[in-house]
Write a protein that binds this ligand. Structure first.
Ligand code: GLC
Length: 460
């Protein structure tokens, strides 16, 4: 009988990238049929999703080498010039290169990537992976090394300081994370905020020493939890509050502090959102709530302990009730609904790869099984994971681990999808391990114990 897990594991091993005779990561895809572009590089976010498959097999060396390699690529210079990565930044991807007969690992911080997008998420994926590695191996010595402690401090310097704003969330340009094409995800996208929250929680566990930095991280976590919970959560009560409060309020008494115009609430939300369900909006800014459901940010929020028990339950209940829209048979849909017509044209720049219900614009991404698995365990809904896997397994074997599926109702392997996509295989292996033993998910979940605290208690 065809063994799907063995096929995924074989595929992952074939994708291993070596440097100086040692494994340092995996290529994004080992498909040789389509142009390689940068798919022969090791992406930090993709590897983070593959790491548990290696860790759970006891194959920890590749994860350790990856952590060291990415740390050494971290930018440590105070860059004042344009086209220089900011101090503390980690690359989106890396590959072996050669200059004057010298071999080295070359990082791409966005200066070569398609559309030159900024990888704001890599530092968080690195922290999350370091925490998982430490948990599985018990090798606390790696994170305690001076260079690792310095790397963590550089990350915290990058993300805690320096912004034009006073909000606890992170402000990023378009395409700064997994959705790395123009999709109207600039500003304060949920996925970045959920990764920020998880990354800070990981940093707190990994930092040695008890100076003021710990307190800043703890305070930021409480402020972030309050902000996301207060302003991103959407349910029927929130929708009717938004319709009642009215815009253009000034000063300390303002309730509609982001000046949301009720007319901007899209028609689909009311019919689609069941009365007892809720979720986190995809983005928030002045005069703007992006009501689209972004899967990775929502699932990460549940896994990171950013929601509270009651909301985690309502969020997973939404997935259950809207199964064909959100989970489907591929699974899972990256964002719902798709941008269509004139809005698609202006928001994506008429990007044909992101045409309605394709790729990032409503396509299906098997790699999302990673965060979904963690979220289902955290919310006590393993039945949903079981269902998603049962629906998907016949496809994965037949379709050869595509990067994504396209289609509104009947998912088909994406038109430009690579096969043997590493994080599709890695996420599947981790999801299966979570289903067999729910304690596996402790690698990527956190207890729900951060007390929310308003960053501006005197203002509202
Ligand atoms: C695409 C995806 C990105 C991924 C990369 C490598 O650019 O949008 O999320 O990291 O491919 O798989």
């Amino acid at each position: 009988m065809f063994d799907l897990e063995a096929s995924a594991w074989r595929g992952l091993r074939e994708a291993i990238m070596e440097f100086e005779g040692r494994p340092v990561g995996v290529m994004a895809a080992s498909d040789r049929e389509l142009p390689r572009l940068n798919y022969d590089q090791c992406f930090v976010r993709d590897f983070a999703v593959c790491a548990p498959a290696f860790l759970l097999r006891g194959d920890t060396e590749v994860v350790r080498n990856f952590l060291i390699a990415v740390l050494r690529l971290q930018s440590t210079e105070h860059a004042l010039e344009p086209l220089q990565p900011r101090k503390g930044l980690m690359p989106a991807s890396f590959r072996p290169a050669e200059r004057s007969r010298e071999r080295f690992l070359k990082g791409d911080y966005g200066e070569e990537s398609i559309a030159r997008v900024t990888p704001a998420d890599s530092v968080f994926w690195w922290l999350i992976t370091l925490r998982a590695y430490t948990k599985v191996t018990g090798d606390t010595g790696l994170a305690e090394r001076d260079e690792f402690q310095e790397g963590i401090r550089l990350i915290l310097g990058l993300v805690l300081e320096g912004s034009f704003e006073m909000f606890p969330t992170l402000l990023v340009p378009d395409g700064a994370f997994m959705i790395d094409r123009r999709m109207g995800v600039y500003g304060h996208p949920l996925e970045i905020q959920a990764l920020f929250f998880s990354g800070l929680r990981a940093a707190l566990e990994l930092l040695s020493g008890g100076d003021g930095l710990r307190q800043s991280v703890e305070r930021r976590l409480r402020n972030l939890r309050h902000h996301i919970g207060r302003f991103y959560w959407v349910d029927r009560a929130v929708l009717s509050e938004l319709r009642q409060v009215g815009p253009d309020q000034y000063g300390e008494e303002a309730v509609n502090i982001f000046n949301i115009f009720p007319e901007s609430i899209p028609d689909w939300v009311d019919d689609w959102l069941p009365g007892d369900a809720g979720y986190f909006a995809g983005n928030l800014g002045p005069g703007r709530i992006d009501f689209r459901f972004f899967a990775q940010g929502n699932f990460l929020a549940v896994a990171a302990g950013l929601c509270g028990k009651e909301r985690s339950g309502r969020l997973m209940h939404l997935v259950d009730r809207r199964w064909t829209d959100l989970a489907g048979a591929a699974p899972l849909r990256i964002v719902y609904p798709a941008l269509e017509g004139e809005v698609w044209c202006t928001t994506t720049g008429a990007d044909p790869k992101n045409a309605p219900w394709r790729y990032h614009n409503g396509g299906w991404w098997p790699c999302l099984l990673w965060s979904f698995a963690s979220a289902t365990v955290a919310a006590g809904r393993p039945d949903l994971l079981e269902r998603a896997l049962a629906d998907a397994e016949p496809r994965f074997g037949r379709d050869g681990w595509p990067e994504y599926y396209d289609g509104q109702l009947d998912p088909q392997p994406g038109e430009r999808a690579r096969r043997k996509q590493s994080w599709s295989m890695g996420a599947y292996l981790y999801a299966k391990a979570c289903l067999r033993d729910s304690s596996t998910a402790e690698l990527y979940t956190w207890p729900d114990e951060i007390e929310p605290e308003d960053a501006f208690p005197d203002v509202r």
